[in-house]
Ligand binder design. Structure first.
Ligand code: HPA
Ligand code: ZN
Length: 326
């Protein structure tokens, strides 16, 4: 069997996908029309042409603008359902999906509208696609600790609709320790904990995500290779990294896919996984990330199976379910 076919047909879990980053330009324009939201772009083509990023912030500005068309429960459902169908086509059997409630509540959309719409799509995915999907609420790190606490309070009446919390948005200048007290509270509540760290930010942010936030996984974490002691810690404690190669390429974290450090992470014995991050913006869903990265770096079939196994090990499915995927 050719490697690209193996990569496509392997069962896998996706653990780093921002649902707002799965909103395709066509759906942005459709929702803008039905919700009468004005867009600063004349057409789908013009919007797509704006997708030329130089770093994380240049992407975030456009990503938050795109999310402004999401108003109703149906919008949130339709966005997530479109992603889940694409994920199933990539043989994703389990997905843990980030959402950014503050991007919506700041515009007057209710937390309930966001969570109910997304959750309905997850229930439908299990029933219609046999794909299990759960939600992870992300705090925006460029906003304050107080705003994160308010967001958590607003979400707690819907506690059964999400499994954990994460930390995303502009990394540099907003270290994990800014949210130590919020994460401590989430930990008491029994929520799973993850955080973006070491995407553009230094290895020090990965250390504080682990030691102060006590996260179970690191999102991105690719800057960790700059710190040998950190690499040993990640390997010894089997802390998974949810790596997003096409994202790293499009946000200029690496100059070319062939220079990505995924092989180095695997060779060091880390539980690295491959994920799509914001597939509508970065030029590909999960299988595109696998096939393009393998073509550029020359990783092997054995490493493909390792990455698929890692994705289930790193997930928050129960121990019984994990055994079934081994
Ligand atoms: N990094 C930080 N915040 C984000 C990202 C990312 O890659 N994608 C969506 N929000
Ligand atoms: Zn991300």
């Amino acid at each position: 069997e050719r490697l690209p076919e193996l990569l496509r047909r392997m069962p896998k879990a996706e653990l780093h996908i921002h649902i707002e980053g799965s909103l395709e330009p066509e759906l942005i324009f459709e929702m803008a029309r039905r919700n009468r939201v004005a867009l600063p772009y004349a057409s789908v083509e013009e919007l797509r042409r704006a997708y030329a990023f130089t770093n994380l912030q240049s992407f975030l500005d456009i990503y938050y603008a795109g999310a402004s068309v999401l108003i109703t429960e149906r919008d949130f459902h339709d966005m997530a359902w479109a992603y889940l169908q694409k994920a199933r086509a990539d043989n994703v059997l389990h997905a843990e999906i980030f959402f950014d409630p503050q991007t919506h509540t700041a515009r007057g959309v209710a937390m309930e509208t966001v969570l109910n719409g997304l959750h309905q799509a997850c229930v439908r995915a299990q029933a219609d696609l046999g794909l299990s999907a759960s939600l992870i609420l992300c705090f925006l790190r460029h906003l304050s600790e107080a705003e994160a606490f308010e967001t958590l309070e607003a979400a707690l009446p819907l506690r059964d609709k999400f499994i954990g919390v994460g930390l995303d948005s502009s990394e540099v200048g907003h270290p994990p320790e800014k949210f130590a007290r919020v994460f401590a509270r989430c930990r008491e509540l029994g929520l799973h904990l993850v955080a973006h760290a070491g995407e553009e930010g230094p290895p020090a942010y990965v250390w504080t995500a682990l030691d102060l936030l006590k996260v179970e996984r690191i999102d991105h974490g690719v800057q960790s290779t700059k710190d040998a002691q950190l690499m040993r810690r990640l390997a010894q404690d089997r802390i998974p990294l949810t790596v997003c190669p096409l994202s790293n390429l499009k946000l200029c974290v690496f100059p070319a896919l062939g220079q990505h450090n995924l092989r180095e992470l695997l060779d060091a014995g880390l539980v690295a996984t491959v994920n799509s991050d914001d597939p509508a913006y970065f030029g590909g869903y999960l299988n595109d990330n696998f096939t393009q990265t393998f073509a550029a770096t020359g990783l092997s079939a054995q490493q493909a199976w390792q990455l698929a196994a890692n994705s289930f090990e790193a997930s928050f499915i129960g121990a019984d379910a994990k055994r079934r995927y081994r």
